[in-house]
Design a protein around this ligand. Structure first.
Ligand code: FAD
Length: 444
């Protein structure tokens, strides 16, 4: 078998899919809008990291890349909550001490995936190629070279749109009759900041505990920080775009600094580049994209953020995109020459899961920015871990299901909703029993 595929986008998902399909005997033509990141090397630019968990690691293992990625990963077995008073409190993610999410460098991950794809003899990767059109009927993808402005077209049996949240391929499918599409912008934006490594005399370069995902929950807003191997932390501010205490209101480093002195006072002294970062780093937007179908003509298919952009609060966007790659590869292997049937099976498998993780990611924003600061949340987590300990097969907390298992997201969502109902009923039952005991004593 030697089938041809064009993958639009050499991001995280596009590169992993290229590795899988090349090894399954496909001739893979990857076209990427940006320049070749190998020219800049691993260390170029600011450190921006992301959390990879069980699903992502499983997919990387399948490509033989888990060890390479894990070499520079930093374990985060729990959240470190930074209170307004300046104290820190560690909450573990799971009852099982071996469970941890992993902080990895986004650029190093992309580079490792790109290098793995490029090392496959039947993969070609071309840069500065911006996809401008797709014709599903003939299997043609058209690109403009951003350097020379020359247009080129390529024909393949399968075209995969792995071109991210603002996908051009999806935009083209959107023009088809019957294509349902929704795009929900989050009212909050994000800005990346840096906590610098400690340089003088300390035994560790980390200014805070590296083995935690740090959260400053502040009600309607929050900041998080993930560790980098060089001792720095990438911080992300999640503030409203507009209104009270928003990016619009707190514009400019002087206002930002004054706000930090009031709300993130313990972090500010660890941020010597605060003013430059606050002024230079742009405010990003976040959105949830849902669409249906994910394909056209049994020949063009969407994958990763192009099919289902989600907000980042469960740290699952890349993990879910990697699962897409596994699902599409397995379906193509199963259906042989019938690519349309394979695409159908892939969509059936992934769409319900993409919707489920999109919902859970939105819910988790409220949990992270607001509930993690409360005593009730802490006790709920303790109770969940206790129940998981006594009945590990029947009670598995949502965080464990999503981050430390590969159970389908849709099943994880359904199970955790059912468990929450049991907890709520048990809580109500306990309150009523206590009330009855008190009433009995009073009326005696
Ligand atoms: C602030 C933030 C934090 C996040 N944190 C996490 C996390 O902790 N864990 C996690 O799992 N996920 C996280 N994510 C989500 C994760 O980044 C995405 O889910 C993931 O990058 C999706 O991979 P992708 O390959 O589908 O898209 P991308 O990685 O965006 O790749 C798309 C590629 O397509 C290229 N492209 C775009 N248009 C064209 C075109 N017209 N022609 C050719 N090429 C094109 C782009 O240049 C890019 O290289 C986070 C996202 C954000 C915004």
């Amino acid at each position: 078998m030697n089938k041809s595929v064009v993958i639009v986008g050499a991001g995280l998902a596009g590169c992993l899919l290229a590795v899988y399909l090349a090894r399954a005997g496909w001739t893979v033509d990857v076209r990427e809008r940006r320049g070749d990141p190998r020219a800049r090397g691993h260390a170029a630019g600011r450190s921006i990291n992301l959390a990879i968990s069980a699903r992502g690691l499983k997919a990387l293992r399948r490509a033989g890349l888990e060890e390479t990625i894990m070499r520079n990963a930093i374990r985060m077995p729990g959240r470190m909550i930074h209170t307004r008073a300046g104290t820190q409190e560690f909450h573990k993610y799971s009852r099982d001490p071996s469970h941890a999410i992993q902080s990895v460098s986004r650029s190093a991950l992309n580079l490792a995936l790109l290098e793995a794809a490029a090392s496959e003899p039947n993969v070609s990767i071309t840069f500065h190629q911006r996809c401008t059109n797709i014709a599903a009927s003939s299997g043609t993808a058209t690109f403009i070279d951003d350097n020379t402005q020359q247009t080129s077209s390529v024909v393949a049996e399968l075209i995969v749109g792995a071109d991210g949240a603002y996908s051009v391929v999806r935009g083209i499918l959107q023009k088809n009759e019957g294509f349902d599409y929704s795009q929900d912008w989050l009212s909050h934006g994000y800005k990346e900041m840096q906590i610098q490594p400690v340089t003088s005399g300390a035994h560790t370069p980390f200014a805070m505990d590296p083995n935690a995902l740090h959260i400053w929950p502040r009600g309607a807003s929050m900041m998080i920080a993930l560790p980098n191997p060089d001792g720095s932390f990438t911080c992300t501010l999640f503030w409203p775009h507009n209104g009270r205490e928003s990016f619009t209101e707190i514009s400019g480093a002087a206002n930002g600094r004054a706000h930090f002195e009031r709300h993130y006072a313990d972090a500010l002294p660890l941020m010597p580049t605060f003013d430059a970062d606050f002024d230079a780093n742009r405010v990003g937007s976040m959105l949830t994209v849902r669409c249906d179908p994910w394909s056209q003509g049994g020949r063009v298919v969407l994958l990763g953020d192009a099919a289902h952009a989600i907000v980042p609060f469960f740290g699952q966007g890349a993990n879910a995109s990697f699962e897409d790659c596994e699902s599409l590869t397995d379906a193509l292997a199963k259906h042989g020459d019938n690519i349309a049937a394979a695409i159908g099976e892939y969509e059936l498998d992934r769409k319900r899961n993409a919707n489920a993780i999109a919902d859970m990611a939105l819910t988790n924003f409220v949990e992270m920015r607001d509930k993690t600061a409360s005593r009730a949340f802490k006790w709920k987590k303790k109770l969940e871990h206790f129940l998981h300990g006594v009945a590990p097969r029947f009670f598995i907390p949502r965080y464990d299901l999503v981050s430390f298992s590969t159970i389908a997201y849709a099943d994880a969502l359904a199970k955790s909703i059912q468990q929450d109902r049991v907890l709520a009923t048990a809580g109500m039952g306990s309150i009523m029993a206590a009330a009855l005991v008190v009433a009995w004593f009073l009326l005696k």
